[in-house]
Every structure is written in C-alpha cells, then in structure tokens.
Design a protein around this ligand. Structure first.
Ligand SMILES: Cc1cc2nc3c(=O)[nH]c(=O)nc-3n(C[C@H](O)[C@H](O)[C@H](O)COP(=O)(O)OP(=O)(O)OC[C@H]3O[C@@H](n4cnc5c(N)ncnc54)[C@H](O)[C@@H]3O)c2cc1C
Length: 447
C-alpha cells in the first residue's frame, strides 16, 4: 500500500454532505452533542486529539477507570452505527467552506460536513513566576491527567498552588494515588471562599462534592512566589499575607483558572466574545449557533463553566445542529449551570499581586526561551512575536499568549493555518485545496 497520505485515505464524497455532522472534541460537551444529535439519524463523526474520549474531566487511563457518566454516554454512542468516534485525530486547518483538514498518527484527510459543532474545551492558565519552568512543575489539571495516565506519585511530596476548584480536584487525585499533598495554596481570600461556599446551596450536588474534596492543607490568600531547585523543583516559596515561607517538595502543580480553546472558532471566522476576565470565547446564540451558518459551539470553548454546563450546551447544540426542537427543560438546565459557572468566576477572581510575580529574567515563552523583560518591553502581541519570537514555538502561544492576555490585556491575532504543528504530507494536502472532499475509508484502527 502506498504511504502517500492522500492516496491512503481517498474516497470521494459529496462536498458539503448535507446530513453529515462533524463534532470536534469528545469531552462532556462533544459526547452529549453526539448523543442528542444521533436521534436525527445524521452521519456523525466525533473527533478528538486525545487517545481516548472523555475530555479533561472524564479522562481515563491506567490510573483511572472511566467514570460512570462517561461510560454510559460512550456505550450508548458505540451502539449507533451512524456515529463514528475518531480519537488521536486533530484539526489542522479549514479546507474551504464545509470541510476541515484532519490528521492522525498515520494519515491526513479532508472531512466534509453539513454542520459542525466545536466542543474544544479549555486549558489551564499558567502565569510566569521565577522557576516555573523547572522539571517537576506542571499545571494542576495536567498533574491530574498524568496521574490518570499512570504517572507514579506514591510517596512524593506535592504542593498545588493557584486558584479555583480544580486545585482541590487535582489534590484529591494525587492523594488517591498515594502522594503526600503538603499544601493546596488558593490565592482567593478567606472572605471570597466563604462567600463562594455560602452560595453553593443553589447547587446541592456541588456543595456535597466540595465537602468531599476538603483538605486540611487548604490555605486561602496564599500563592507561590518562586520555585527553587537545581535540576528540578526541590522547594516552593509561598506567600500568605505578609509572611513568606518555603516548603520542600518533589512536585509543584500550578493553575490559575481556565482559558477557553477558542482558536479553532477564530480560525474558521466565527465571531468571538470576551468572558468576564477578557478571555476570548466562541460567541454563540441561544441555540449555541456561532456567527457562521451551520457552525455551532458548546462547552468550555464558549466560556469556562463546569461539566454540567458543558453537557447542557452540548445537548442543545446537537439538537439545534440537526434541526431538532430544543426542549424548554434543556434551556433551563443550561441557565442553572451557567449560573454556577458565573458563581465560580466571581469568587475566584485573580488578585492583582499575581501580575507582579515574574522577574525581568524569568522565562515568559518557554517554547522559544524568551524572558519576561523582553516581552514586557513590547507594545502588544504582534510586536512581541515579531521582535522576540514569543508565541512562535510548538504551543503557538497557547500558554504565553494567555498569560500576556491576563497580564497586559493583549488579544492574540487570529490564528493562521496550520492550527497545530503538522506533518509535511499533511501540509501538502492543505496546499492542494481540492475541489472535492475526501474522507477516510473505514479504518480498522478506528472501528
Ligand atoms: C487539565 C484540566 C483538567 C480538568 N479536570 C477537572 C476535574 O477534575 N473536575 C472538574 O470538575 N473539572 C475539571 N476540568 C474542567 C473541565 O474542563 C470541564 O468541567 C469539562 O471537562 C468541560 O467539558 P468540555 O467538553 O467543554 O471540554 P473538555 O473536557 O476540555 O473536552 C474538549 C476536548 O476537545 C479536544 N480538542 C480540543 N481542540 C481540539 C482539536 N483542534 N482537534 C481535536 N480535538 C480537540 C480536547 O483534547 C478535549 O478532549 C479540567 C480542565 C482542565 C483544562
């Protein structure tokens, strides 16, 4: 068989195949969208760049069995012959209107759609501070993901620092895996946390969940000021009010909230909006429709708000994208959980002090080794890119661009294709701009 990526997958289909729904992201939003859409009988393809479905919260692996909610959705979808799940597959570019260029480990192809739902979720916000790039330091959710994927942490001393409920969820995962969680440092004040907790009566399930995650090591009004170590992290400096202290540790996990993955929406030309913090989100209407005809968005790419909100939005998007009626109850559910997302955002606002942690020599863009002083001297994101190469490395500014937005309010320019680093063969396919669309033949590795 030829290894040419085009030849290996070519099978012509009609351009803009009317009853074909493409969903990007197999997290809670994407799986819920597929389940709701499936009732309409369309051909549904769900694509996710992770090796298995579940997104962030339902990530499973050697260190974590699939969660019941995820398993039940996946089982239901697996029984439907018109629903296909392609994991380990990512979006590289838009290919004209009504098609995306996709790539997996073996091949690239152009996938046509009649309707598209973006369920690309969110990532963690990382803010630079001295030592933050030392080995042994990860995002809080990233540590959780690594543990679920089998990273051994038994007996290790772990400190978590940053803000938001994800810190507690990650700490619980670390503890279950046998780690000693020395500190969960939450930057929000005790008063903010008290008001957050007092308001949880509106979401009783969340109140119960919060109780289950409580830790004697939890400290409010505390943040990391520096990570110390020669070859890898050996200790973290923490500040509580006016008091600085150091904790020796084997790992430090940091997260300052979530950044919506709105890049694909922007690449396609969907209008963006800004959340309360000024972060770009994919703008949607009451039916989860974006500004582009036939393109919908659901879940945390439209704004961070938790798993239940993502599922409610996914369901609405799946129904609306396939022309089904959206019941009032689905809209009410979304309203209920959107309020929870707002409640979290209001009470975990980042303190101004976190904008002043980096020193001039602190690495700001870890892909291109650009220091903080060089970026801070620029007038905006475009100058920073041109003058320092900040944001031009492998992550394409997903980490440092979000930090720059938080520190200086810089909005990143619209992304350009390819959306992610891609193989040369894939780029060749992108350049070809075919007048017909091609889709993968039934692939034995993705039954
Ligand atoms: C690292 C991390 C860990 C988290 N852990 C928890 C937790 O323990 N508890 C909790 O309550 N909340 C957690 N959250 C919050 C969580 O994101 C949401 O509650 C929930 O998972 C959101 O669901 P979603 O479907 O909107 O997005 P996600 O679950 O993020 O799913 C989006 C999916 O889309 C895929 N994707 C994105 N872009 C592309 C692309 N271009 N091509 C192909 N696939 C793509 C992603 O890989 C991902 O699998 C976590 C968030 C993060 C960032």
């Amino acid at each position: 068989m030829t290894r040419d990526p085009i030849q290996r997958v070519a099978q012509t289909t009609r351009p803009g195949h009317k009853r074909a729904l493409l969903i990007i992201g197999a997290g809670p939003a994407g799986l819920s969208a597929a389940r709701a859409a499936a009732q309409a009988g369309w051909q549904i393809t769900v694509v996710d760049d992770n090796p298995a479905p579940g997104g962030q919260i339902w990530r499973s692996g050697p260190g974590a069995a699939p969660q019941p909610a995820s398993r039940s959705l996946q089982t239901a979808l697996a029984a439907l012959p018109h629903v296909r799940l392609l994991c380990g597959t990512r979006v590289v570019a838009a290919q004209g209107t009504g098609a995306l260029l996709l790539e997996n480990a073996e091949q690239a192809w152009v996938q046509a759609y009649g309707a598209l739902i973006l369920c690309t979720g969110a990532r963690e916000l990382m803010l630079p501070f001295p030592g933050w790039t030392l080995p042994g330091i990860t995002g809080a959710g990233a540590l959780q993901a690594l543990i679920k994927s089998g990273l051994p942490v038994r007996g290790q001393r772990i400190v978590l620092a940053g803000s938001g409920p994800l810190l507690l969820a990650a700490a619980a995962s670390a503890r279950r895996a046998g780690a000693h969680v020395l500190r969960v440092a939450e930057q929000a004040s005790a008063a903010q946390i008290a008001r957050f907790t007092a308001g949880l009566w509106r979401w009783p399930g969340k109140a119960v969940q919060a109780l289950g995650l409580l830790s004697t090591q939890y400290r409010s009004a505390t943040h990391a000021t520096a990570a110390l170590g020669a070859q890898r992290v050996e200790a973290v400096q923490l500040r509580h009010g006016e008091r600085d202290y150091t904790l020796a540790c084997d790992r430090l996990a940091v997260g300052f909230g979530l950044v919506p993955n709105a890049e694909l929406g922007r690449l396609l030309g969907c209008a963006s909006a800004q959340d309360a913090d000024g972060k770009a989100v994919v703008a949607v209407d009451a039916r989860q429709a974006t500004s582009l005809p036939g393109v919908f968005a659901a879940g945390e790419c439209t704004g961070a708000g938790g798993v239940e909100r993502s599922m409610a939005e996914g369901r609405i998007a799946g129904l609306a994208a396939t022309g089904q009626a959206v019941p009032q109850q689905a809209l009410a559910e979304r309203t209920h959980w959107a309020a929870f997302g707002k409640h979290v955002a209001e009470h975990f606002v980042l303190a101004p002090a976190l904008r002043g942690l980096a020193r001039p020599e602190t690495i700001f863009c870890r892909c291109e080794d650009v220091v903080f002083a060089d970026v801070a001297a620029c007038s905006g994101w475009t100058e920073a890119k041109l003058a320092t190469r900040c944001g031009m490395g492998a992550c394409q500014g997903r980490v440092c661009g979000a930090a720059a937005q938080h520190l200086w309010g810089w909005q990143a320019p619209s992304p350009r294709p390819p959306l992610v680093p891609a193989r040369v063969g894939t780029l060749g396919l992108m350049a070809k701009k075919p007048s017909f669309t091609i889709a993968p033949t039934i692939d034995p590795t993705h039954p």
